[in-house]
Write a protein that binds this ligand. Structure first.
Ligand code: ZN
Length: 84
């Protein structure tokens, strides 16, 4: 994850510029990007998981503390929510 330190900020800025450039290039090729959307997603461990994070989440009864399996951004087009 991108934290609050300046190096992460610079990295984030750089990534955004690269993504913007890529999208601009696609637009130049005539692709319609107006329906492009981003969605943040996180997959947590299974309810049966017994890793330290999941056990702690269970103890505190807070599912948000569960271990993270996958953490990222999904890009999708149009009306859908990008889920498969
Ligand atoms: Zn776990």
């Amino acid at each position: 994850m991108f934290g609050r330190n300046p190096r992460d900020k610079a990295l984030l800025d750089m990534s955004m510029k690269q993504v913007e450039k890529l999208l601009r290039d696609m637009q130049k090729e005539g692709k319609d990007l107006s329906q492009l959307k981003f969605r943040k997603f996180q997959k947590t461990h299974f309810t049966s998981c017994t890793c330290p994070r999941c056990l702690e989440a269970k103890r505190q009864k807070n599912p948000h503390l569960r271990g993270i399996l996958e953490d990222g951004i999904k890009v999708y087009v149009g009306e859908g929510d990008g889920s498969e």
